[in-house]
Design a protein around this ligand. Structure first.
Ligand code: FES
Length: 347
């Protein structure tokens, strides 16, 4: 296989900042606009990898970030155009944007065959993503391959002290201002801090020209990202909260859930994913039992009964909630559903 035959992905880290004026809109408008944005992005999950992260509480100059990886070049532009075409998009600016591409490493890591061998991005379910653009000094490229390999070996050895921190490197040479985009995933910010301090003492560190700005990004579903921005919470969507005599609560209108579609709704504080599979409606907890994905952004297989999580290929039986594939181990909560007139009810 030649390099050009390999299906390399374009990778984009796209940061958004919300105009504070938006927070002065009425709560109804805020909720409507959040829903409109999530609905507009429905379908991008199927065409590309799309992860959402909040930077509220970690950076002062940006509010959230989308990590997109795709082989379909048109999708990169389509995603940004779609977001900025929504009403909420009218209040968003993009203070940072980084473009890169996957590529096999030119270094060898015989003890770690997975290291940088992947040409498709496969994020973990870690809570944090630590991200920065990276540029080496030109003298680095004048060094011989053996010398550089030796310094990379030291890097790997230091990295092994922190097995829960996992690196994703993508390449920007000629595509964007930086040479690499370096993205570490992990659950403990302290582990990453210690790793970076160790790496400062490595020989290769002397050849770093630039490795800022650094972003600490918190992974969450797009719904939770939008709620992290402030304003009215989408959980305030719970429009019909009265129980009927059998304990069912109306959560949606039938017309809002055509066959083949899915929808996130609320029963009190519980987020529920509804799926209309050939006219039959299923209801399961919206939060995947593996990570933090919103299952209403997932899809049902052609078999009509397997629900696919949008994040790590976790699979559930949508009727029983039992795990049937991928990394999921814990059964998903299911709800009973009844359709009465125009109302979809759950309990
Ligand atoms: S969040 Fe990992 S499989 Fe669903």
């Amino acid at each position: 296989m030649t390099v050009s035959d390999e299906k390399r992905q374009l990778v984009r880290y796209l940061f958004f900042r919300l105009d504070p004026v938006w927070r002065r809109l009425g709560p109804d408008k805020q909720v409507e606009q959040k829903i409109e944005l999530v609905e507009a992005l429905r379908g991008f999950q199927a065409r590309s990898l799309l992860r959402s992260y909040s930077t509220m509480g970690t950076r002062g100059d940006t509010d959230f970030m989308l990590w997109q990886a795709t082989e379909d070049r048109e999708t990169l532009q389509a995603l940004e155009t779609t977001i900025l075409s929504t009403r909420l998009g009218g209040y968003l600016s993009t203070p940072y944007s980084y473009l890169a591409m996957t590529k096999r490493s030119i270094y060898e890591f015989p003890d770690d065959p997975e290291h940088d061998e992947r040409i498709s991005v496969r994020p973990q379910d870690s809570k944090y993503l630590f991200l920065y653009p990276f540029v080496k000094t030109r003298p680095w490229y004048k060094l011989g391959q053996d010398e550089r390999q030796g310094m990379m070996n030291e890097h790997v050895r230091l990295g092994r002290k922190y097995p829960d921190i996992r690196i994703n490197t993508s390449y920007s040479f000629g595509l964007d201002d930086q040479e690499f985009m370096v993205a570490f995933e992990g659950d403990e910010p302290g582990d990453f801090l210690d790793l970076v301090m160790d790496l400062r003492e490595s020989d290769a560190s002397a050849y770093t020209l630039k490795d800022t700005p650094i972003f600490t990004c918190i992974q969450m579903s797009l719904w939770d990202v939008l709620d992290s921005l402030g304003g009215a919470s989408v959980s305030e969507l719970a429009r019909f909260t009265e129980q009927d005599a059998e304990g069912f609560v109306a959560v949606a209108k039938v017309s809002e859930l055509p066959p083949g579609s899915s929808k996130r709704v609320y029963n009190g504080a519980d987020a529920i994913a509804l799926f209309n599979v050939g006219g039959r409606v299923y209801a399961v907890s919206d939060r995947c039992t593996h990570g933090r994905a919103s299952l209403s952004e997932g899809f049902i297989d052609e078999d009509g009964c397997t629900l696919n999580c949008p994040w790590h290929e976790g699979r559930f039986n949508v009727a029983t909630g039992e795990p049937v594939g991928g990394p999921v181990r814990v059964t998903l909560k299911t709800y009973q559903v009844k359709v009465e007139g125009e109302r979809v009810k759950v309990r």
